[in-house]
Write a protein that binds this ligand. Sequence first.
Ligand code: ZN
Length: 424
Amino acid sequence: MIWDPGMETMDRARLRELQQTRLNWTVNWARERVPFYEKRLPPSGRDHAIFEWFHDVPFMTKQDLRDHYPLGLLAVPRREVRRFHASSGTRGKPTVVAYTEHDLAMWAEVVARSLAAAGMQPGETLQNAYGYGLFTGGLGLHMGAERLGISVIPASGGQTERQVQLLLDLEPEGLSCTPSYALYIAETLEQMGVDRQKLHLKTGIFGAEPWSESMRRRLEERLGIRAVDIYGLSEITGPGVAIECAEAQNGLHVFEDYFYVEVINPKTLAPAVPGEVGELVLTTLSKEAMPMIRYRTGDLVSVNPDPCVCGRTSVRISRVHGRTDDMLIVRGVNVFPSEIERVLLQEPLLTAHYQLAWEGHPSRPELVVEVEAQPAARPDTAAMSHRLRETLGVHLPVRVVPEGTIPRSQGKAVRVVNRMSQDR
Ligand SMILES: [Zn+2]
């Protein structure tokens, strides 16, 4: 179902005009209200030709948000803010984002479109197992689901046996959470001896961490669902910036009437051509409280401008291949955990739980792939290692560990651990 056919199937030329109008609005709004933008945007008066100069505006990064922590980039009076969210700050100082009433309505709108694209219908029920709180996943999905007219079970993350009970008792058609948590729910379901035919689930909306096609197939089989990838980030709004449609399950439609998309080569900063993997750069087109102009997301994607079978006319971004800051360098070769996942999970004898461990001495670190095998299975680790080498171009030893050894994720999975010796 297409929630807003007028916008989602708009002809590309008209969309471009709308983007131009909204980019002008955003640039003027930001320039007049935020000293940071006043310094980096050209003076007003060239609005008619924004595409002639917009691509010369300097990029923003997370560091700009940190430098202006907490509210240095706020573009409205404090009393007009209706909500704050914040990042956890696991990679440094936390960042705070703010929303006006208008911003919250826009966010609910894009999440409603997302859920409809995923295959959910008004009148159905969504079990929302994203964490509620400062993280945007919980409340973001919640508002959008209500806007679409579906009932929400605000389960939040954790208490996994209770999640299973709710799936059985309240019979939701949809489940939203991180893919790693969905896997844990599926495993718990099996451990509790629940027949999945008893569930009413048909749609999984999974995101907030990179995942692979192999993981999708596992989750679809084990939960009896169709699973789609949802994308978003708090700096831009939260989940709902882009979503796969259930029809194609092949790339995520970006809601381009609200978000202007660029992909750049993260080293040279030159624009990437369609199909080329680069860093996603987003500009908000209607955000009042904290507009973002040419924000480098750190997420590596490619863009596909081809028409889609679902009828939406927006460009699609690929699944996130990885984040520029998640990239591992193993003996000079760049490797993303999600690529390792994709190769590993082709092996049916494995559970889908894995972890990457840095071992050895810091002067000669070795990345070991730890996997759990299905009960009583003896997967061929040498063959898996060989397959990883063929695909990634680097030798990674694979070690099978007992079932249950790898910590289960109730939110974003920790894929990489450091066990290097600290002595000299
Ligand atoms: Zn589509």
